[in-house]
Ligand binder design. Sequence first.
Ligand code: PGA
Length: 258
Amino acid sequence: MSRKFHVYGNWKLHNNAAASRALAQAVVEATSAFRDAVVTGMAPVFLSLAAVREAVPAHPHLKVVAQNGYPAPKGAFTGEVSFALLKDAGCDAVLIGHSERRQIFGETDAFLAEKVPAALAAGLEVVFCVGETLDEREAGRTWEVVGRQIDAVLPKVDAASRARLIVAYEPVWAIGTGRTATPAQAQEVHRLIRDRVAQLWDAAGAAELIIQYGGSVKAENAAELFACPDIDGGLVGGAALDAAGFAKIVAAAAAIRR
Ligand code: PGA
């Protein structure tokens, strides 16, 4: 198994251009010792992408990530940004289907099934987010929901683009709540995702798929999460806003030998 750890920071709606540039510079510096071992990403707001791009040296293990994009290449879509424009702005990757997009902005499985192939076709790497709510988990419906989210999108990814897809499992009840899934809870869902992808794609594609965990990842819990065999890194929200703390999460990934 040769999967590299991928640790990406989702900065959400935080930081103006100057603060984003400073944070990106600090992250690049603080994580430089782990650059060979861990793929590291930063996702600022759209308007800070250019500043972050300038601050992040071109390197295959350093990713500038957008938080969203729109599937049509152009047209009458007021307020939207196309994947081609993100690519043009120097983005390497884009988050798609974050639970905040699904819950607050009403993004459906069907819409995400359009967005993911469009982003891949534009040449971006995609971090496709899935996860169940607390009600769904407590009702024993975790896999019903996550399996449905996976089934809606993964069959739309053509074989040539598979290596550019990352799945982020982010239980909604763990996002921004300080309540992290236990390593066992996360590993169980990661394994189910990988097994399902083996059916939808093939065994080799599933074995190579990077599956990040997200939801209150921090320096204190990263090592035990990343020690799980099917957890290939993290999508980090709150703890990514501090370069030193984020670097500790990257260091935890770098310390694990697979
Ligand atoms: P959190 O956010 O680390 O603040 O829980 C994770 C995410 O929303 O990607």
